[in-house]
Design a protein around this ligand. Structure first.
Ligand SMILES: NC(=O)CC[C@H](N)C(=O)O
Length: 366
């Protein structure tokens, strides 16, 4: 076990508020939009989820690192959060399945974290004041210079980030002899989504974020999938066009999170930045078709406009978030298309919503 860092670090918010703590991992600065996740477990899956690209994540669970890390529990090939903020960082770990400490994992991926922060105070502050940019820094005596640099960091609203995490070239996933063929648009796809599709007898061709309908359709797939991913959905012009053409050609389509937002935009429903997003693994959702509840895994900072969705004659709201009544899922009335704002693949989180993958497979059968 390595020695615990004693080096001071700060978290400076864009409005000038400062939280004090200690550095973990490398020294220097880490910029991003500060957000919080309330999950009690699943930190490694969260850190490697491409949807978090460009964000500084506060863990509300007070002990992070205590069960170590395991190479297999990653949702992509690297850490995607830009920095981590915790209360107690556990330098020791205990779990038979773990193959490394969280400290080693962070160092391997060159991630800066800050521990010993009063995360309860921080979370209530950003919950009241909304999501904002921030910097974690070990340069604690240089506040004015840091403030200047922080001013230059672009706001999350209007930011296109899918291109930073998407595959550059198409690739295949699963068994080539599987029954169904799915063309998936990679806006920052989580591994467990591909696993869940492959598990249901699908072979997937994964395309870069800017692939056209023609490119995706050339492979003659049975269905199309639009993935989760980071950033604001509105600047994703090519993806929105691709979605429109998939729908014009009446192909089965399923979208998760950013993919859901792209499907809404393709239907003329706008999206907006939420005061604070939904990030955690116990978010209650009601399925309006069956009347039953689901406990869901969520990670989003944008949402689709509910009034516009209600007025849209082609769209039906199928799921609502029970904490704030925001739209959690839609389907198209006369098309083979549905999407959800949350994460049925979990990883981390509960498996209540896995039926959505079965529903997509059923839609391809029809
Ligand atoms: N997990 C996701 O796909 C997130 C979608 C989008 N980046 C948002 O924050 O709302």
């Amino acid at each position: 076990m390595k020695y615990q860092s004693r080096k001071k670090a700060i978290l400076l918010l864009a409005d000038g508020t400062i939280f004090h703590g200690k550095a973990v991992g490398r020294e220097g600065n880490a910029f991003g939009e500060v957000c919080f996740n309330t999950g009690m477990t699943g930190y490694q899956e969260i850190f490697t989820d491409p949807s978090y690209y460009g964000q500084l994540m506060v863990a509300t669970n007070v002990h992070i690192g205590n069960y170590g890390t395991n190479e297999e529990e990653t949702e992509s090939d690297s850490i995607k959060i830009s920095g981590l903020i915790v209360k107690n960082f556990s330098y020791e770990y205990s779990r038979s399945l773990a193959d490394s400490s969280l400290q080693d994992f962070l160092e391997k991926h060159n991630l800066l974290a800050i521990s010993d922060v009063d995360t309860r105070a921080l979370v209530s502050y950003i919950r009241d004041n909304g999501a904002m940019n921030a910097v974690i820094s070990t340069e604690v005596d240089n506040i004015e210079a840091l403030k200047k640099e922080l001013e230059g960091v672009p706001a999350m609203s209007g930011l296109e980030l899918a291109s930073k995490v998407s595959t550059v070239k198409p690739y295949f996933y699963g068994d080539p002899n599987a029954i169904y063929k799915i063309s998936a648009l990679d806006l920052g796809v989580k591994r467990n989504i591909l696993r869940n599709l492959a598990k249901r007898d699908a072979y997937i061709k994964v395309f870069p974020f800017d692939a056209t309908f023609e490119e995706m359709n050339d492979w003659r797939p049975d269905g199309f999938f639009l993935s989760n991913g980071p950033g604001d959905p509105e600047p994703l012009f090519q993806a929105i066009n691709t979605a429109k053409e998939i729908l014009n050609n009446n192909k089965p389509l399923f979208g998760i999170c950013l993919g859901h937002q792209v499907i809404a935009l393709a239907n003329g429903i706008s999206t907006y930045k939420m005061h604070n997003g939904h990030r955690g693994i116990n978010h209650p959702v009601k399925n309006l078709i069956t009347g039953s509840g689901e406990i869901t895994s969520q990670n989003h900072g944008f949402a689709i406009n509910k009034e516009e969705a209600e007025k849209n004659k082609d769209v039906e709201i199928t799921h609502v978030h029970l904490n704030d009544n925001t739209v959690a899922g839609i389907r198209m009335k006369n098309k083979n298309c549905f999407s959800v704002q949350y994460h049925p693949e979990a990883s981390p989180g509960p498996n209540d919503s896995l039926y959505l993958f079965d529903q997509f497979i059923d839609n391809m059968k029809k």
